[in-house]
Design a binder for this molecule. Structure first.
Ligand code: SF4
Length: 123
């Protein structure tokens, strides 16, 4: 996918209510024909959905980003699973020691990963 396709997807995904196709090409700074090709690629790869929309009696489309599946690695701090899964506590996120411990573990594992990556680049 080209940078422009990715730019289009980012613009669409940044707005929960989506973006009108008639506005997207202006935002991207491309002509409407090129914008149609970009939108087709995003539709073909199932990254966006397109809903018919009328603006001042003129038909256009509202483009809305599809949510992808959650990345399972986002639920791990090292090999420790986020405690919220299967938690049956009365949840007050701001006061949760289990979540705070997990977040410390996440910071440690991220720092270890960074350090490991920089050691590989130096060798
Ligand atoms: S934040 Fe704490 S209390 Fe809330 S769901 Fe997660 S682990 Fe459970």
């Amino acid at each position: 996918m080209t940078g422009t396709d990715e730019d289009a997807f980012r613009i669409i995904a940044s707005s929960p209510e989506g973006v009108l196709q008639s506005e997207l090409w202006k935002i991207l700074g491309v002509d409407s024909r090129k914008c149609s090709r970009i939108v087709k690629k995003l539709l073909d790869t199932n990254r966006v959905e397109r809903i018919e929309h009328r603006q001042d009696g003129i038909k256009t489309f509202r483009l809305i980003a599809r949510k992808g599946p959650a990345d399972p690695y986002c639920l791990l701090a090292g090999d420790e699973l986020i405690p919220c899964i299967a938690c049956d506590e009365d949840c007050v996120v701001e006061d949760c020691a289990r979540l705070l411990d997990w977040m410390y573990q996440l910071a440690i594992s991220d720092a270890e990963e960074l350090s490991s990556d920089s050691n590989k680049t130096e060798n």
